[in-house]
Write a protein that binds this ligand. Structure first.
Ligand SMILES: [Zn+2]
Length: 307
């Protein structure tokens, strides 16, 4: 099974390797919040409905995979208790009725049960009947922070996938791909601070997203202003078009700072100085009444006419 979306966890990957045609009909996916339970269950659910050759599932391209990724596959159902409460026995009974209706589009029908370890004994017992003699096409994923909190009778009918914390190096590699706009320094810090739980690292990095986005725009703009590639400059200025006025002013200020930092080692100091002067003029204009689209156009034209 194709599980590259899940970081680390070599043990689970080995456990599921070459099992495409031989998956269990019920899994307990256990691990702390942010450890990848949803990533793993979602990948497996997609693999179960995917129409590609078994060893390529989930292919990520077929209509089943695309619907699964969009959360709209009719044969994948997520069940959660309402208002943060545990799943009730009534919800399990409704699930059971639904499970006996054949799949709509795929070969299988998949159910993901959120926080299954918090279901009370009667809800778990109602689930038990389904685990014992449910229809062959149905597959259940019981998501749990603490797998051992489930009844032994439920546990004995499921295969358990226990998510392990990932190493700082694995976290760093995964985060660098997931957050391409962040500096290596920020990625490394988040990888060290998350204690192997990628969800925590992602939350740390998402917190500073807007700030980082502006910094990144300023960085690519200053690089494009220094270079002589007109297309690159045009593309860099296009990013300004999407900004609000406040963001535009902030980006122009940061670009000026970036240009100051580039000057000492630059091969084209005159070009940078001219860009800085233009930026200052436009910044004053941006303060007054120009909109981001106009400023982007003026910046491009100012530099093109020069070269
Ligand atoms: Zn597919």
């Amino acid at each position: 099974m194709e599980l590259t979306a899940l970081a680390g966890n070599a043990q689970i990957k080995a456990q599921l390797a070459h099992r495409e045609g031989d998956l269990a009909h019920a899994y307990i996916v256990a691990g702390p919040a942010g450890s990848g339970r949803h990533t793993l269950a979602a990948q497996m659910a997609a693999a179960l409905v995917c129409s590609a050759q078994p060893q390529l599932r989930p292919c990520g391209r077929c209509s089943h995979c695309r619907k699964a990724a969009g959360g709209i596959h009719p044969d994948i159902t997520v069940i959660a208790g309402s208002g943060g409460k545990p799943i009730t026995v009534d919800q399990v009974r409704a699930l059971r009725t639904d499970a006996y209706v054949r799949p709509n589009e795929a070969e299988r029908k998949v159910y993901l049960l959120e926080r299954a370890d918090r279901m009370n004994a009667s809800a778990q017992n109602a689930m038990l009947k389904l685990l014992e003699d449910g229809p062959a096409y149905a597959v259940f994923f019981l998501l749990a922070e603490n797998g051992s909190a489930l009844l032994p009778t439920v546990r004995s009918r499921c295969e358990t996938l226990e998510l392990a914390p990932v190493s700082p190096a694995q976290a760093e590699e995964w985060l660098a791909k997931a957050f391409p706009g962040r500096t290596a320094e920020k990625i490394r810090r988040a990888a060290l601070e998350c204690q192997g739980i990628l969800g925590r690292a992602a939350a740390l990095l998402e917190g500073g997203q807007e700030e980082d986005g502006l910094e990144e725009t300023a960085r690519s703009l200053s690089a494009a202003l220094e270079g002589e590639d007109e297309l690159a400059l045009f593309e860099a200025t296009q990013a300004l078009d999407k900004l609000s006025r406040e963001e535009l002013t902030a980006v122009l200020d940061r670009t000026l700072i970036q240009i100051g930092a580039r000057l000492p080692g630059s091969q084209r100091p005159r070009r940078l100085l001219a860009a800085a002067e233009l930026l200052r003029r436009l910044r004053d204009g941006a303060d007054l009444n120009a909109n981001p689209g106009q400023v982007a156009g003026w910046l491009c034209a100012g530099m093109f006419l020069r070269s």
